[in-house]
Design a protein. Structure first.
Length: 259
């Protein structure tokens, strides 16, 4: 399916990676969180695999959420903004199956996909990227390497260049926070957008922009903060303390997100 809505098209999403400022991509876990984020000025929304998995009572990173990911894509794919989906490793080692899954996402209105390598064989991830490009033309492929997330960073450059050359539209290196290392990768990628994960206490959005980052994802941060805020509130009520002054949408505002 091709989306003829110019606001949420794949081209519009790709263009956000080449704007004056990096794309700050907040990650939602359900309809209400996604629509609320878009309504407050974020031009695109991603999903968080941890949030999607935990909300469904499933473990993250174990290929347990394939159907839940498809279901949520169907719910969010009609939102008035581009949607990128965190698809773990494509839920299969078989590139053909990963390509077919990407095509199913695209048919539900998704314009971007994250694919993580889990530090598996480079050639296998290259084959997955090529399969997605063939099965879902136009889908923005953000190829993730876990060299910093699961390791010490060794092999990062070789992996991201291989994924770029396989046709990835962008590369994602979560766990990378050193601005000098970021700037070096940006130079080596030669125009292919670099995505990093925002780290509380790490470089600011402005500092990452100066280093050449084109996309900053929030990953599971918002979901975990939402759980923490809920816990803080109920404990405060139990202990007879004020619940604080954090943002709390009204019942009517949340009701207005339905549909």
């Amino acid at each position: 399916m091709t989306d003829d809505n110019p606001v949420r098209s794949a081209d519009a999403f790709a263009a956000l990676h080449h704007a004056d400022r990096p794309l700050l991509l907040p990650n939602a876990w359900d309809h209400a969180s996604a629509l609320l984020l878009h309504a407050h000025g974020f031009p695109a929304v991603g999903t968080t695999s941890l949030g999607v998995a935990a909300a469904a009572g499933l473990p993250d990173g174990t290929r347990a959420t394939r159907e839940e990911t498809l279901r949520l894509a169907g719910v969010l794919g009609t939102l008035p903004c581009p949607l990128s989906v965190d698809a773990e490793d494509g839920f299969s080692d078989d590139p053909g199956e990963v390509g077919a899954f990407a095509a199913e996402l695209q048919a539900r209105g998704v314009v971007g996909i994250n694919l993580e390598d889990g530090l598996g064989p480079v050639d296998r991830h290259v084959a997955k990227i090529e399969a997605v490009r063939a099965a879902a033309p136009g889908l923005f492929v953000n190829a993730r390497t876990d060299t910093y997330w699961l390791g010490d960073g060794e092999g990062t450059l070789d992996r991201v260049l291989a994924y770029r050359d396989a046709g990835a539209d962008g590369v994602f290196v979560p766990g990378l926070t050193d601005p000098d290392a970021v700037a070096g990768l940006v130079r080596a990628l030669d125009g292919c957008p670099l995505n990093v994960l925002y780290a509380p206490g790490g470089p600011t959005l402005a500092r990452l922009a100066d280093a050449g980052v084109r996309r900053v994802s929030l990953g599971s941060l918002l979901y975990r903060r939402a759980l923490g805020a809920a816990l803080d509130a109920v404990v405060a009520v139990r202990d007879g303390r004020p619940t604080g002054e954090g943002t709390v949408p009204t019942y009517q505002e949340v009701q207005g997100l339905a549909g």
